[in-house]
Design a protein around this ligand. Structure first.
Ligand SMILES: *[C@@H]1O[C@H](CO)[C@@H](O)[C@H](O)[C@H]1NC(C)=O
Ligand SMILES: *[C@@H]1O[C@H](CO)[C@@H](O)[C@H](O)[C@H]1NC(C)=O
Ligand SMILES: *[C@@H]1O[C@H](CO)[C@@H](O)[C@H](O)[C@H]1NC(C)=O
Ligand SMILES: *[C@@H]1O[C@H](CO)[C@@H](O)[C@H](O)[C@H]1NC(C)=O
Ligand SMILES: *[C@@H]1O[C@H](CO)[C@@H](O)[C@H](O)[C@H]1NC(C)=O
Ligand SMILES: *[C@@H]1O[C@H](CO)[C@@H](O)[C@H](O)[C@H]1NC(C)=O
Length: 847
């Protein structure tokens, strides 16, 4: 029975004949909430966004107010003595107006406990609809089955005047909100739609066409159209100034009951017997264009206005904030502009709409040329443009004169301007030469947009799902055109090279050098360069790129409400990245000094991703990043310097690893020391057989309390005394006792004594159970022999066998010599003399 759109959320509320009120999310097409209002038809439900309410009026004569967040009913009252037909919410005051089959209209004040502030009496039949005048909120109009329309003033209970003319009951009414026309529109059971001038109170137009009762009418709040719905099941779209029938929509969902447009949007909700539909009308994008000097032109309905960024002065500009710009009226346009586009040099603007185009001078908005066209695009050169006449014909102009026209092989569903002329058809996108309209290349793709870089070397083709970046190979094209080689029915095969595909939907875009800047469907402001995506900003709403002004280091964007915002983006960074992409490091080096220090690291990351590590290391100012790069590049000196500055154990460890792989053991040793990595040092010292190092390590480790490493190191060196003292010092007395028992029996007694003392503090009984060999030598058989062995081995057992000696020892050979000798054979004197004394000792010991 009714639909209403929420002003900010993507919601539609529908009130149903079966007594339910449903809130749908029209973006996700899901049911958000349902209110079971009553068993009778609910003929109207409206949002009151500022109170988070849905207000419903039903055939039980009750008005119900729901909070759509909590789903609670905030209020309910009997408003009329018959069915409630309509609710109108006042845009600023805390009022609603209700109309009913009881022939009355009532005003309710929610700030005064929903008191009925006023009753409007005058109609002699059901009051079907009421609307508040958007240009004068004190005035409203009503439509009644008594065949009249009445206009009322808040504060006056009788109508100001009555409009008569319909021959049957009037179902619906709406005010014209755009421009200066004092118009009302009405629809009635006489199947007619009438447009009224409410100042001189005359009917200015009657729209005929519906074949059944007209149930709803609407002046679209943004577009120059009138929408009417009828019990004949159709919605008709009429031009609001010529009154020509533009379109008839029939979705086969039985009778139409309501149509609801929305200010600042092009969605329209339609309510039918069998469901609701949301349609989008016209272009999403505002008619807006900026030239390279920062002059922005836009259309407000058919009025053209200009704002100049240069006139803004030196005021501090914040990223993402609306700019306050002085706006100049340029005059009105003969057509309703759907698009406005500056030509490349900014001297002309073209305005398109209603199947026509007009080219104006940008300065004074004087018309220069015009014609009929479905679409218009500028060429690369400022003197060229093309128009699409129909779905089969494209015309190319030069210096405002028609130069060529042609019928593309597969038709023309759309055209795209830029370095080459793009023509879209069912078979894909075909690029043509502007001069001779010859086919350059056909690509199997269905583009939404085509963006050429200024140099004409790069092009971005954006589709519904992703975008492609291609390089245009002009030289190959020239060669092929000359030699006719590699030319097929799809054009020149080698004309393009694909550089990348990104899974993002581009809404608007532009090139600065080799950087492609764009807004995406998820409201990001990004740029693409060399396969990388850099996010400039997250936008809080849909914005459209207008242009980039290098002098300001700023991007400018506009939204549907014609607000302008800006984001900073340094031209030096873009230039640098462009130079890198072109492998022009001379240029890059010249640009680098202009890049502020704080941006250097970002640039360095870019270089790194492009594989230019050495350059990245030179450019980066972030020590973490530089250290990473130095490691990857094996730049030990730089990495060392950075590790010294950072004093971080982690860095020393990483550097130690690198030094080890590079066989820089001295450096590795130093790094491990800095990193306090004793385990690593031990490994390095033993593996490399550096006695000095092992010695130093033992002392260092003990000093720093790394007792495990210290113990092992002493043990390796055969310094058993040190091992024992270490265990005692660290209170590992049982272990000390066992070590003594094993290697140093002369110390057993002393250690056991210490052990007993210590254990006695916690468990005297256990302490008493420990036997000291001094007192119980009977319990330690062979102890005396052990003492002797210890004494004897003191001299010989501890064998320091530095790796340096290894070349001098070839045990197997000497063993053999010695073996022969022991078996009583004659000793080869000469060989024997060559055996070092240490080896002989050790060989004897080993026997
Ligand atoms: C009314 O109809 C809607 C849509 O068919 C349905 O979701 C809802 O449950 C119905 N309500 C009642 C009270 O039957
Ligand atoms: C409507 O009536 C009010 C109060 O009676 C009056 O002030 C106003 O001028 C009238 N407006 C028109 C358009 O007649
Ligand atoms: C009323 O005004 C409209 C313009 O809005 C004009 O076309 C029409 O002729 C006028 N009618 C009378 C009777 O003055
Ligand atoms: C159109 O309105 C008349 C009342 O004027 C009503 O009797 C008739 O049923 C309506 N037509 C349809 C198709 O509902
Ligand atoms: C172009 O301008 C001339 C004179 O200013 C005017 O007469 C004409 O109607 C205009 N034509 C278009 C299509 O704007
Ligand atoms: C052994 O380590 C010491 C430092 O502990 C170092 O000075 C010396 O150069 C190292 N010797 C070898 C052969 O690497």
């Amino acid at each position: 029975k009714s639909v209403d759109l929420h002003p900010t959320e993507p919601w539609m509320v529908a009130s149903l004949y079966n007594g339910s009120v449903c809130v749908w999310n029209h973006e996700t097409q899901t049911l958000v909430k349902t209110f079971e209002v009553c068993d009778l038809p609910v003929r109207v439900a409206k949002f009151v966004a500022r109170k988070h309410w849905v207000i419903a009026g039903a055939d039980d004569m009750q008005i119900r107010v729901f909070n759509y967040n909590t789903l609670e009913r905030a209020h309910m009252f009997e408003a009329h003595s018959d069915y409630i037909r309509c609710i109108a919410v006042h845009p600023t005051q805390p009022y609603i107006l209700t109309s009913s089959d009881d022939m009355l209209i009532k005003l309710w004040d929610w700030d005064r406990k929903w008191v009925c502030g006023q009753v409007f009496e005058g109609h002699t039949h059901y009051v079907m609809q009421i609307v508040i005048n958007p240009k004068d909120n004190n005035q409203f109009a009503s439509a009644s089955l008594d065949r009249t329309i009445k206009v009322w003033q808040l504060g006056s209970s009788s109508p100001n005047f009555t409009l008569e003319g319909h021959e049957k009951g009037v179902n619906c009414i709406d005010y014209y909100s755009g421009g200066d026309k004092p118009y009302l529109i009405s629809g009635a059971d006489d199947r007619l739609v009438k447009i009224w001038d409410y100042q001189n109170k005359t009917c200015v137009q009657t729209l005929e066409g519906h074949t059944q009762n007209v149930s709803c009418v609407s002046f679209h709040p943004e577009l120059p159209i009138i929408l009417t719905g009828s019990e004949d099941g159709t919605v008709r779209v009429w031009h609001s100034s010529t009154y020509r029938l533009e379109n008839t929509l029939n979705y086969g969902m039985e009778r139409v009951w309501c149509v609801c447009g929305q200010r600042g949007a092009n969605s329209v909700a339609l309510g039918y017997d069998e469901g609701s539909i949301i349609i989008k009308l016209g272009r999403e994008e505002p008619a807006m264009s900026m030239d390279s000097n920062g002059k922005i032109m836009w259309a407000k309905h058919s009025e053209v206005q200009q704002a100049n960024l240069k006139a803004m002065g030196e005021a501090e500009i914040q990223d993402g904030e609306r700019l306050s710009l002085a706006v100049k009226d340029m005059g009105s346009c003969e057509i309703y502009p759907q698009t406005i586009q500056h030509n490349p040099n900014g001297r002309f603007v073209v305005v398109c709409g209603d199947g026509e185009y007009i080219i104006y001078t940008a300065m004074a908005l004087r018309n220069k040329s015009f014609g009929s066209a479905q679409e218009f695009v500028w060429g690369h050169d400022s003197s060229e443009y093309a128009t699409r006449e129909s779905s089969s014909m494209v015309k190319v102009f030069k210096n405002f004169k028609e130069n060529k026209y042609f019928k593309p092989d597969f038709g023309a569903e759309g055209i795209h301007g830029g370095f080459l002329l793009g023509v879209r058809s069912v078979s894909g996108l075909a690029f043509y030469d502007w001069e001779n309209t010859e086919l350059v290349r056909r690509i199997e793709i269905q583009p939404k947009h085509v963006f050429w870089s200024e140099s004409g070397e790069l092009v971005c083709i954006a589709t519904e799902e992703s975008f492609f970046v291609l390089r245009y190979l002009a030289e190959k094209v020239a060669t092929a055109q000359e030699t006719k080689e590699g030319v097929t029915e799809d054009g020149i095969e080698d004309a393009f090279e694909v550089l990348g595909e990104i899974q993002e939907v581009v809404k608007t875009g532009l090139w600065v050098g080799d950087c492609f800047i764009y807004t995406s469907s998820v409201n990001r402001l990004n740029y693409y360069v060399g396969g990388e995506i850099v996010t400039v900003a997250h936008l809080d709403r849909t914005m459209y790129l207008l242009g980039y002004i290098p002098k300001d280091d700023r991007l400018y964007l506009g939204d549907k409400e014609l607000n302008i915002v800006t984001y900073s983006l340094l031209v030096s960074v873009l230039e640098y990245q462009t130079a890198v992409m072109r492998r022009d490091f001379g240029m890059a080096d010249r640009v680098l000094p202009t890049i502020p220090k704080e941006m250097r690291t970002r640039v360095a990351h870019f270089l790194e991703k492009q594989g230019f590590m050495q350059q990245a290391l030179a450019v980066s100012t972030d020590s973490e990043h530089r250290f990473e790069l130095a490691l990857q590049l094996g730049e030990l000196k730089i990495a060392y310097q950075l590790a010294v500055e950072a004093e971080s154990e982690q860095k020393w460890k990483q550097l130690a690893e690198l030094a080890t792989t590079k066989c820089q053991f001295v450096l590795a040793q130093e790094c491990l020391h800095h990193a306090q990595d004793y385990g690593g040092l031990l490994l390095l010292a033993t593996a490399s057989g550096n006695t000095t190092m092992v010695g130093k390590l033992a002392e260092g480790a003990e000093r720093d309390g790394k007792t495990n490493v210290a113990f092992l190191t002493y043990f390796l060196q055969g310094k058993l005394d040190k091992c024992l003292e270490l265990l005692i010092k660290t209170n590992r007395l049982p272990e000390a006792a066992f070590l003594a028992r094993t290697y140093l029996p002369s110390h057993v007694s002393r250690v056991v004594k210490l052990w007993k003392e210590s254990l006695g503090k916690v468990n005297q009984k256990a302490a008493d159970a420990l036997a000291n060999p001094t007192d119980y030598s009977n319990l330690f058989p062979g102890l005396q022999d052990a003492f002797l062995a210890e004494d004897y081995l003191k001299e010989t057992h501890v064998r320091l066998r530095p790796a340096a000696e290894y070349p001098l020892i070839t045990v197997s050979r000497y063993t053999h010599i010695l073996g022969t000798f022991l078996c009583g054979d004659a000793l080869d004197r000469q060989e024997w003399d060559n055996i070092p004394q240490a080896t002989i000792n050790s060989l004897i010991n080993s026997m």
